[in-house]
Design a protein around this ligand. Structure first.
Ligand SMILES: NC(=O)c1ccc[n+]([C@@H]2O[C@H](COP(=O)([O-])OP(=O)(O)OC[C@H]3O[C@@H](n4cnc5c(N)ncnc54)[C@H](O)[C@@H]3O)[C@@H](O)[C@H]2O)c1
Length: 421
């Protein structure tokens, strides 16, 4: 790789975000992907990406990319890109543990002149106020004298084969004007969609967190409409279709808001706002509405079952889909579990079918055993996730005479379902 730029990159955390990024850079630069998950690294060395974001061919073609669990292997890098998770804890407060740990790792190998770029979604100020002190402590170096930082949020959408890491415009920033230029040039060299250089790291951090908060609030609005129109016996989808003919009506659809981005990131912003004495109302109201949609769906299903003459306790119900979104194996923070738990509380017997989800992971995360084959008939069916593979399902073979079908996603033909969100 003699012709490749001399800088060597390390990507810390090879998940949904880190791996596609490392592979994109690996087409042009020497990139060492570092992860604490040994199984992940073993699989990647065999060209297997269980997240299905990067194909075996792409992994093989990224000739500059290698991966490791060993700190030793990232010692001679000069640019460190951090893409570790930024979850919330049980009280919905930011859990910065992975970010602190990754900063500690980088701090141990940081050298004069190195640049650390964070990509994880955080609240404004997190990079400079939370991560930089850890880098300084473990490296013994001084920020903006010996080493520098950048922040470039990731916008990928798991399962989306059209919007890939290189085809999405990327916001960049740096801790000094010269570093901002350098970070911007680095991303420009692999992102074909181009970059937007923000004026500061805080602006770039804020931009990312509000992108997801905006989406959350827009979905909360249509979810609230669904709750209102349900009481009026008006079909929400039909209302949205009609209203959508106006040029500036935004095309959002009601639904569950799960995953570790849209349902989580707004809490990073509200946490920071509250620490400064401002109590956000709109953002948290949206969160409350979205977090309660599973309970609404479950109660609606129980009413429909009862109306069709089913005894609720012991009724058999099939849930189609457990991942947090369609055509994606990620089950983390799936809000389908809210529907299942609420229905279990009514005494229903729940079976869950999802060919995308890893049965072991589902067992570990939610204590549920996935149904392997669909060969029974059910009193109720809930389509919770719109996987393309469900298009081939023969719904009739799963139905009894008076089976209730509820469609959370507006996925099936309106004529074959009893109700939808
Ligand atoms: N997944 C998305 O759609 C998406 C989109 C945009 C932004 N983001 C943000 O990007 C960040 C990463 O998300 P993700 O979905 O890729 O997470 P992920 O859980 O898929 O991957 C994170 C990886 O980091 C590794 N890791 C954890 N701690 C580590 C440490 N201390 N050192 C080295 N590796 C470590 C994990 O083993 C895992 O492989 C988060 O802040 C997330 O909010 C995610």
């Amino acid at each position: 790789m003699e012709n490749y730029p001399e800088k060597k990159l390390a990507v810390i955390g090879l998940g949904y975000v880190g791996l596609p990024l490392a592979v994109a850079f690996g087409k042009k630069y020497h990139v060492v992907g570092f992860d604490i998950n040994q199984k992940r690294i073993r699989e990647l060395k065999e060209y297997v990406d269980h997240t299905e974001e990067v194909s075996p061919e792409e992994l093989q073609e990224a000739s500059g990319f290698s991966c490791t669990t060993q700190l030793e292997d990232i010692k001679d890098c000069s640019i460190y890109i951090v893409t570790v998770p930024t979850p919330i804890d049980q009280y919905k407060k930011p859990d910065l543990t992975p970010l602190y740990k990754a900063s500690e790792t980088v701090g141990k190998v940081l050298k004069k002149g190195d640049v650390v770029i964070y990509e994880s979604t955080v609240f404004p100020g997190c990079t400079e106020d939370e991560c930089v002190p850890v880098l300084e402590k473990f490296s013994g170096l001084a920020f903006n004298q010996d080493f520098y930082c950048g922040y470039s949020p990731e916008r990928i959408n798991p399962g989306d084969k059209e919007h890939r890491v290189y085809s999405i415009k990327k916001v960049t920033s740096g801790s000094t004007p010269a570093v901002a230029d350098m970070v911007d040039r680095l991303y420009q060299s692999v992102i074909t969609a181009g970059t937007h250089k923000a004026s500061s790291i805080r602006v770039a951090e804020a931009a990312k967190v509000i992108e997801n908060a905006q989406r959350d609030i827009n979905i909360a609005f249509v979810n609230e409409l669904a709750l209102i129109f349900d009481r009026m016996n008006i079909d929400t989808q039909e209302v949205l279709e009609a209203a959508g003919t106006k040029w500036n009506f935004l095309p959002f659809r009601p639904g569950l808001v799960g995953g570790h981005c849209i349902g989580v990131d707004p809490y990073y912003l509200t946490y920071k706002a509250e620490s400064l004495g401002y109590h956000p109302e709109v953002i948290l109201a949206g969160r409350r509405i979205n977090d309660n949609m599973g309970i609404f769906v479950a109660n609606k299903v129980v009413k429909l079952l009862s109306q069709k003459g089913h005894a609720i306790k012991g009724a058999s119900l099939l849930v189609l889909g457990i991942t947090f979104k369609e055509n994606c194996p990620d089950i983390r923070n799936s809000r389908v579990i809210d529907i299942i738990q609420e229905l279990k509380g009514f005494g229903l017997e729940i079976s869950v079918y999802d060919p995308w989800a890893d049965p072991e992971e589902v067992q570990h995360e939610y204590g549920l055993t996935l149904v392997e084959k669909l060969d029974s008939k059910y009193d109720g069916i809930v389509l919770a996730v719109g996987h393309q593979t469900f298009r081939n399902l023969d719904l009739n073979s799963l139905k009894k005479e008076n089976t209730v079908v509820y469609d959370v996603k507006g996925f099936f033909d309106r004529r074959v379902v009893d109700a939808k969100l």
